[in-house]
Unconditional design. Structure first.
Length: 313
C-alpha cells in the first residue's frame, strides 16, 4: 500500500524569518517516512516579507501553494482558506513559530493510523505559554465542553491531523464566524489525543491579544443555544424569587405595619435584575447580529494572490 498524501496547512503571521525553516524541517520528516506532501501556506494579512518568503518557497517546490489574504481576518479564517485548497488524504495543521515542532508531526500521523480515528489533537507534555493564555485556553475548553458535544477527556489544540472526510465537512461551513475546533467537534466524535513536546517560540511573539482571544471565544456562540437557554432559566428563577419576596414583604407588612420598606434593598434588586435583562438582550442581539452578517454574505477570507503550480507539468 502507498502512503497517503499529507496536506500541511500553516497560517502565517509575520513569520518571514521562520516559515522557510518550518517548511524545510517538516518536508524532511514527511519524505524520510515515505509520505508525499503538499504545503498550503496562508499569509494572514502580514505586511512584512512573509508572502515574499512564501513566494520563494512556492517557486522552488511545486507542491507548495502560497495564498496571500487581502486583510487580517484572524487565524481561523486563514486556516479555512488553507483547508479549501487541500487535496491530501490526511490534513495536518501547524503553527509558523516552531512551537508545534516538525519533529513531532510523525507522532500525530502514526497515532491517527494506529487508532483508526478521524482526528488526533496534540497535547503538550509541558506548555510554554503565558499564564493568561493558559487561563484563557482553560476557560475556552470548559465553555466548549459545556456548550457542544465535545467528547469527554479530549483536549483541543492548533496542532492536529485529520482525515479528508472531516475536512470535507468543515469546509461546508460558509458563515463568517469561524471556530475550527467547534467545526471539528461537529464533524466527528472519533477523536483522540497524542502527547507531544511543546517547544519555545523561536522568534517574535504571539499575534493573540486579550481582545482577539475574547473575540475568538465569542464564536462559540455559533455552536450552541445554551447561553440563550441559560438566560431564560436565570430570568425564570429571578422572577420566582421576586414573586416569593413580594409575597413575603406584603405578609410581613400586615404582621408589622411599622416595618421599614427597605429602599436600598429594593434598589439593589432592581439594579441586579436590570443587569440580567440587559445581559439577556445583549445575547439575543449577538445572535441576531451573527444571523444578519451571515445572510449578508460577509466573507470568511479574501484572497489577494494565489500561487499554485501543482497542476503545472
Amino acid at each position: 500500500m502507498t502512503s497517503p498524501m499529507i496536506s500541511v496547512v500553516i497560517p502565517c503571521y509575520y513569520s518571514e524569518k521562520m516559515i522557510g525553516k518550518v517548511v524545510t524541517l517538516t518536508r524532511e520528516e514527511l519524505v524520510s517516512n515515505g509520505y508525499s506532501y503538499e504545503f498550503i501556506l496562508v499569509n494572514d494579512g502580514s505586511t512584512d516579507g512573509t508572502f515574499s518568503e512564501i513566494q520563494k518557497l512556492a517557486e522552488e517546490d511545486p507542491n507548495i501553494v502560497g495564498i496571500d489574504c487581502a486583510m487580517n481576518l484572524g487565524q481561523h479564517s486563514a486556516i479555512m482558506a488553507g483547508l479549501n485548497h487541500t487535496r491530501g488524504e490526511l490534513i495536518m495543521l501547524m503553527d509558523d513559530d516552531m512551537q508545534t515542532h516538525p519533529s513531532q508531526c510523525m507522532k500525530l500521523i502514526h497515532a491517527l493510523e494506529e487508532t483508526g480515528d478521524d482526528l488526533v489533537f496534540a497535547v503538550w507534555e509541558k506548555q510554554r505559554e503565558a499564564w493568561w493564555r493558559r487561563a484563557g485556553s482553560a476557560f475556552s475548553t470548559w465553555s466548549m465542553k459545556a456548550m457542544t458535544k465535545r467528547p469527554k477527556g479530549i483536549e483541543a489544540s492548533n496542532f492536529f491531523v485529520m482525515r479528508n472526510t472531516v475536512r470535507d465537512e468543515v469546509v461546508r461551513y460558509k458563515g463568517p464566524y469561524i471556530y475550527i475546533q467547534g467545526l471539528l467537534f461537529r464533524a466527528t466524535s472519533h477523536i483522540s489525543n497524542q502527547e507531544v513536546k511543546h517547544f519555545e517560540r523561536e522568534q517574535g511573539q504571539s499575534g493573540y491579544t486579550l481582545k482577539t482571544l475574547i473575540k475568538l471565544w465569542s464564536t462559540i456562540l455559533n455552536f450552541s443555544m445554551m447561553p440563550l437557554r441559560a438566560a431564560s432559566v436565570l430570568g425564570s428563577v429571578l422572577g420566582i424569587v421576586g414573586l416569593i419576596s413580594g409575597i413575603a414583604v406584603v405578609i410581613r407588612k400586615f404582621i408589622d405595619p411599622g416595618v421599614a420598606s427597605g429602599w436600598p434593598s429594593t434598589m439593589a434588586a432592581l439594579l441586579f435584575c436590570s443587569g440580567i435583562i440587559l445581559l439577556s438582550l445583549g445575547l439575543i442581539g449577538e445572535y441576531l447580529g451573527r444571523v444578519f452578517m451571515t445572510l449578508n454574505n460577509s466573507p470568511q477570507y479574501v484572497i489577494r494572490t494565489k500561487l499554485d503550480n501543482r497542476d503545472v507539468s
